[in-house]
Design a binder for this molecule. Structure first.
Ligand SMILES: [Zn+2]
Length: 138
């Protein structure tokens, strides 16, 4: 995957996607408070709790470390679909305001952003592997 090697806008998007992977982590499937969620609460206060509340349903439905949340690409796609559903609900609650037209470079930025998030999730998946093996041994 040539993340942003040819297009600087896509590269910026990939960088932002990797950064976003810190808070939009596969561990949002945990019912207990994850490390990333604690970080959000510490830095953002009540907004951090709001963030945790947004992901409560996701954590209830998807078992922790299941392929639905932790497999790269699949887990990323499901989390992005969940985010999209949340945004649509918020948009409807706000009275369906007119959406701005996306500039041409916005698509490249979004494309890179998704790639960066997939890379972040893949790194998370790899870092979780020793934990999975340890659990499986018993
Ligand atoms: Zn994990």
């Amino acid at each position: 995957m040539l993340v942003g090697l040819l297009d600087p806008v896509e590269g910026v998007g990939a960088f932002l996607g990797c950064l976003l992977g810190i808070v939009l982590t596969p561990d949002l499937d945990m019912i207990a408070i994850s490390l990333a969620e604690w970080g959000m609460v510490k830095k953002l206060g009540p907004l951090g709790f709001f963030w945790m509340g947004l992901w409560y349903f996701y954590a209830r439905v998807i078992p922790h470390r299941s392929p639905w949340s932790h497999w790269p690409v699949l887990g990323t796609a499901i989390r992005l679909a969940y985010c999209t559903a949340l945004l649509v609900i918020i948009w409807v609650i706000l009275g369906r305001p007119a959406l701005p037209i996306m500039p041409v470079w916005g698509l490249a930025l979004l494309h890179g952003w998704v790639k960066g998030l997939v890379v972040s999730d893949a790194a998370h998946f790899i870092l979780d592997l020793p934990l999975k093996r340890k659990k499986g041994k018993k």
